[in-house]
Design a protein around this ligand. Sequence first.
Ligand code: ADE
Length: 381
Amino acid sequence: MKVTVLTAFPEFLDSFLTTSIVGRAVERGLIDVKAVNLRDFSEGNYHQIDDYSFGGKGGMTIMPQVLERALASVRTNPEAKVLFPTPTGAVLTQDLVESLAQEKELIVICGHYEGLDERFVRECVDLEYSIGDYVLTGGEIPAMTLIDALSRLVPGVVGKELSVTDDSFYNGMLDTPHYTRPAVWHGQEVPEVLTSGNDAQIEKYRKRTAAFLTLSRRPDLLSRAGVMDYLEDEVYLGLAVSPHEPTLACDLAQIAETAQAYGVARVIAAPQQREDFDALRDALSECPEIKCVPSVRRMTEWAERKKHAPLLVIAAEAQPGIPWLEAKRRMIETSGPVLILFGAQPQRENVIAMRPQQTTGGELPRTALVAATLDRFFGSR
Ligand code: ADE
């Protein structure tokens, strides 16, 4: 990837481009970053690049013809994306960084003082981005912020691939806290599991702490995070059905496939009327992947017995019920397995009722409803 930074202060980037991880990536040719001086395209004897803003209070704005010349000189590819860091831009998120990482060439134009002439921005800039809700003196730090975040995504720049995929925001979750030697510092011990040598338990601990940190500090991220890997225990999908529905076997086979794709451990079906159990077993005789039980009660008993832990039941399609995002929070917080249940709302402890999907033109078919529900919990965006 090639990134050119147009700036009145190229020296700002000198140590950034020669130090640490980014410095090594530039040196090894993994990323090609150059800072080009806007003053090389200045006007007149005074090397002017900016002028007083019309109608302003004495602030300076970089002139459009200077920017135009500079851009024409550095652009090598007509497809290059032109970016302008500004506090009024779209917030730079990991998602935006990931989509910019797909580009071959980026040109970042740094404003100073009052920024760039708006006519140039309108004509030549593809994206205005902000690194946060505060005002800096210029675009150089936001340019370096973007380059730093981009370079971490270039294969080979960060040592182990794993450390990039584990980082905050990568799966929509914050990163887990880190510890090093000494094992005790100021009386505080490193969590015991981290020194246990048990890789599976360590992985689980890291995922759980990441989930709880996200829940407490950035709950807004949860709507886009797939939470299956962050749960304490397994997830089951339960369906209370009538065996007399003509497309039942086909629907449930499709649902089982969907559930497997999202990491659900087991799909269990029960008849709405207990006396229909034999008929249900017959109807699903060709679907060995679906477990049949005589009633919803037996379904919950089976899940509890299997895991010896309190079961959280999320009754989907319940009215009135809590929003799905709240159900997702409860799913993370629970310390046992989870059963997502369609078609029934049992009267027992640890049942939460979740509102149906909001649609505008009628009800979703059951296969679509289950897929949409599972995607909200376990798909990541
Ligand atoms: N220029 C000045 N402040 C900025 C910010 N917060 N983000 C991007 N560019 C800026």
